[in-house]
Design a protein around this ligand. Structure first.
Ligand code: CP
Length: 365
């Protein structure tokens, strides 16, 4: 029987550490449900910062974030860069095409050379599964997996969960349909781990070769099942998540043509009508409009695709903040104590003020 998620585990415990008790964020598989909820709760706090006139706080002043991207990206790279900047970190972007990788340097040599410049975080996107783990093993900097081949994309699953929680107020007990090219999807893998850890049930559907039955065994406990038809997976679903067809990862023809894919597997308004009346529609982007998702669904009232992007920024701010660990908080507390705020030492509520101060706008000048 599937493990019942302890309600207590779904709330951030007051005793929980301020940071994540780990150096790197490489996948959802290795996170506990309590850690996932801690990231989501922290991201809620950061979401407000992007609504302010001054969208910058001093939390990570003096820290350096390197975005090392070996594959194209719009959302992930931009939001990690913005997340770093809004937390006052120095951010640097490196893409494979403009790096010495084009001259034959290996990923690990590139990482060692970047490490020699003492960054605090290296955010890596790479076409090979396991690349982020390899980098994290040799670097002192915190490693963040921004997508490794068809393996994991942890911050995408976290932002998806934040979006679902925002609109459904829970994840436990939800029925989530994930449609399309599951086989090549790191987004699907990370989501399978996250959603089932938090007590949702997942149905997978798409062309047979892209949704092999073994995918249902990726997580134990029977919370995942594969369906033969899109309609079967969508029926009474609370959440419908559409995946991009990843033609760049497909080494053989998994379906006859894009037109046939759209006809048999695309999410149309008619297919969506089988979901629950309050079902929400998600897509990690980039979308192939008219292929895996019809334009009127992508732009429809149930679509949360741009909410996902907005939440991506908050989640990435939270991840940087939490991986910085207690140290950013500890420095702020030390500063607060050194300034002679004796009350802050006595009063438990005021003790949290140091943390809140980190979220105050950067003073002008
Ligand atoms: N969802 C996602 O990873 O998008 P990008 O490839 O644009 O980063």
């Amino acid at each position: 029987m599937r493990k019942k998620i302890d309600k207590e585990e779904q709330r951030t415990d007051e005793r929980a550490p301020t940071g994540l008790a780990r150096k790197d964020l490489l996948g959802i598989r290795e996170l506990t449900s309590a850690e996932i909820v801690h990231v989501l709760d922290t991201a809620e706090t950061f979401r407000d910062i992007s609504q302010r006139e001054i969208k910058k706080v001093p939390t990570l002043r003096g820290r350096t974030v390197i975005n090392l991207f070996f594959e194209p990206s719009t959302r992930t790279r931009t939001s990690f860069e913005l997340a770093g900047k809004r937390l006052s970190a120095d951010t640097i972007n490196i893409s494979a095409s403009t790096s010495s990788v084009t001259k034959g340097e290996t990923l690990l040599d590139t990482a060692r050379n970047l490490e020699a410049m003492s960054p605090d975080f290296i955010v890596l996107r790479h076409p090979s599964a396991g690349a982020a783990h390899a980098l994290a093993r040799i670097c002192r900097a915190a490693g963040i997996n921004a997508g490794d081949g068809a393996h994991e994309h942890p911050t995408q699953a976290l932002l998806d969960a934040l979006t679902i929680r925002q609109h459904k107020e829970r994840i436990e007990g939800l029925e989530v349909a994930i449609l399309g090219d599951v086989l090549h999807s790191r987004v699907a893998r990370s989501n399978l781990h996250l959603l089932t850890k938090l007590g949702a049930r997942v149905r997978l559907a798409g062309p047979g070769p892209l949704v092999p039955p073994e995918l249902a065994t990726l997580v134990a406990g029977g919370a995942v099942r594969t369906a033969h038809r899109i309609e079967e997976a969508v029926e009474d679903a609370d959440v419908v998540m559409v995946l991009r067809i990843q033609r760049e990862r497909q080494t053989s023809a998994f379906f006859p043509s894009l037109r046939e894919y759209a006809v048999h597997y695309g999410l149309t308004r008619k297919r969506l009508s089988a979901a629950r009346p309050d079902a929400i529609v998600m897509h990690p982007g980039p979308m192939n409009r008219g292929i895996e998702i019809a334009s009127d669904v992508a732009d429809g009232t149930r679509s949360l695709i741009l909410d996902q992007v907005a939440n991506g920024l908050a989640v990435r701010m939270a991840v940087l903040y939490l991986l910085a660990g207690g140290s950013a908080l500890a420095q702020a507390q030390t500063r607060a104590e050194a300034s002679g705020a004796a009350e802050q030492r006595r009063d438990k509520a005021n003790k949290n003020a140091a943390q809140l101060a980190l979220l105050e706008p950067v003073p002008a000048g």
